[in-house]
Write a protein that binds this ligand. Structure first.
Ligand code: GLU
Length: 490
């Protein structure tokens, strides 16, 4: 059996949408699982909308997700070029074959005429089907009009028939070609339209399996009639049900991030995004939800892709992200968090050995996304924190009473330090009982004094990471604030 050749054929007309990322991932997994080849082809036939910067965004998005291609832009291969716009000579050659076989005629209808006809059809509630006005022009008349300088598109002659094939995901499907009308496959300026170019490219690149979004089904039927007209075998086709939101509509920005670029900048981990995406339509047949790329390569198959539309739930992505972040080695997580924390303006480079990693370790259980580290770690890196006065004073107590308790804390910290979590806990608990306070009544002012806020990682661990010097300086400042005197230097 020949080795399968899968492909991903994105159009560089915008961001890398989650639907396309899913298609790319599925094709990649199929190629890896079958020992086949994964081809990346850029479909830039829509010249006015295609942009090199979108190509870059797509490449970066795939690489970020760990989806590497075997042939394609930047890598080359035996079936290049891998940009559709660089293959037009080939498209023309094959157009010539269709013309020779009588499948294509020149159509002189202007865009205005066609738009009028569409409007009329709409008003009369008929399908907008081409009237066939130019279908039977004689060769002589066609030539005469071309010689006179009229422009003319190339239209494919559709014969009434039922088109059917077995879809790898949807099973047996069929459509009545009698409903379509003849369609344009090449513009008057010789530029092929997507539907024709894709047939020639898939054929000449020896693609065996074309797996893509279900929005392409109507194209697939048209492509099949072109394969038949050229007497070349079509690839196997598989169509992935579209991802919908909870209201069963097409997903949009309102449903949360929808492009890979947004996932990157919003602090999601690629492994979480990949895990989230793969389950949008595929399931392993049991309750498991966490999959590494290697496990997916072992397990993935189109048999387990559901024909129902998967529902997009960004909360699930947040959940995956949290799980992956919590399971990650601290050093690794700190490395991933670093650029986000810097972008948030935290000066992490001047802090001592391992300080940043220790701070990350303390927050690891609490953050959901890499972007959360900016806020969560801020107090570790500020020169001074601004304690929230509302919570700095002990409940139902006075400012002076809290100040004098913190003064005692300061003395203990000076004496015993904050290095040993067990020791800190025991002297602070001891102090609380000496004061006749509940432990929490003492811990809260300390927490607010050294971090600025109430919601922080566990107190003794936080003190340990901050170290004696910072703890002492912050306690001093809090005491000064409570007593209404200007802050003293520590
Ligand atoms: N270029 C098409 C798109 O971006 C994909 C076509 C295909 O996979 O055949 O939607």
């Amino acid at each position: 059996m020949t080795k399968p050749r899968y492909r991903m054929a994105p159009s560089p007309t915008g961001a890398l949408h989650i639907g396309n990322a899913r298609t790319a991932l599925y094709n990649y997994l199929l190629a890896r699982r079958t020992g086949g080849t994964y081809v990346l082809r850029i479909e830039d036939t829509a010249r006015d909308r295609s942009r090199p910067e979108f190509e870059q965004t797509i490449f970066e998005g795939f690489r970020w997700l760990g989806i590497e291609w075997d042939e394609g832009p930047g890598i080359g291969g035996d079936y290049g070029p891998y940009r559709q716009s660089e293959r037009v000579d080939l498209h023309r050659e094959w157009l010539g074959k269709l013309i020779d076989r009588g499948w294509v005629y020149r159509c002189f209808c202007t865009p205005e005429e066609l738009a009028d006809a569409r409007k009329r059809a709409q008003a009369e509630k008929r399908p907008p089907k081409y009237s066939g006005k130019c279908r039977n022009l004689s060769e002589a008349e066609t030539q005469q009009r071309l010689d006179a300088g009229e422009t003319a598109a190339y239209r494919f002659r559709v014969e009434p028939r039922i088109v059917e094939y077995r879809d790898l995901v949807l099973g047996d499907v069929r459509e009545d070609a009698g409903l379509w009308g003849d369609f344009v496959i090449c513009r008057s300026n010789w530029l092929p339209v997507y539907n024709f170019a894709v047939v020639i490219d898939d054929h000449t690149m020896e693609i065996t399996d074309a797996v893509r979004g279900a929005d392409h089904i109507s194209n697939t039927f048209r492509q099949i009639v072109m394969y038949d007209a050229l007497e070349i075998p079509p690839p196997r086709f598989g169509h992935l049900p579209l991802i919908l939101n909870r209201k069963k509509q097409k997903i949009s920005k309102r449903d949360g991030a929808v492009s890979v670029e947004e996932y990157m900048t919003q602090g999601y981990l690629p492994e979480a995004v990949r895990n989230f995406i793969v389950l949008l339509g595929w399931n392993p047949g049991d309750e498991r939800e966490m999959f590494s790329l290697e496990e997916l390569v072992d397990e993935y198959s189109l048999d387990r892709v559901s024909s129902a539309n998967p529902i997009y739930d960004i909360d699930k992505l947040d959940w995956f992200n949290g799980v992956y972040m919590r399971g990650m080695a601290v050093g690794e997580l700190a490395g991933r968090a670093r650029p986000f924390v810097k972008a948030a303006g935290l000066n992490i480079d001047s802090s001592g050995n391992g300080y940043f990693e220790q701070a990350v370790a303390l927050e690891q259980e609490r953050v959901k996304k890499l972007t959360d580290f900016g806020d969560a770690l801020a107090f570790f890196f500020q020169e001074q924190v601004d304690p929230d006065m509302k919570f700095l004073v002990r409940k139902r107590g006075t400012a002076e009473e809290t100040a004098s308790a913190l003064q005692k804390v300061l003395g203990l910290v000076r004496e015993y330090g904050v290095d040993d979590v067990g020791v800190s806990e025991s002297y602070l608990r001891g102090l609380a009982s000496e004061l006749g306070w509940k432990a929490g009544e003492l811990f809260m002012p300390i927490r607010v004094a050294i971090t600025g806020s109430r919601a922080t990682p566990p107190l003794f661990e936080t003190m340990q990471v901050l170290g004696d010097e910072r703890v002492i300086s912050r306690l001093n400042r809090a005491i000064a604030l409570l007593r209404g005197v200007p802050s003293v230097a520590s």
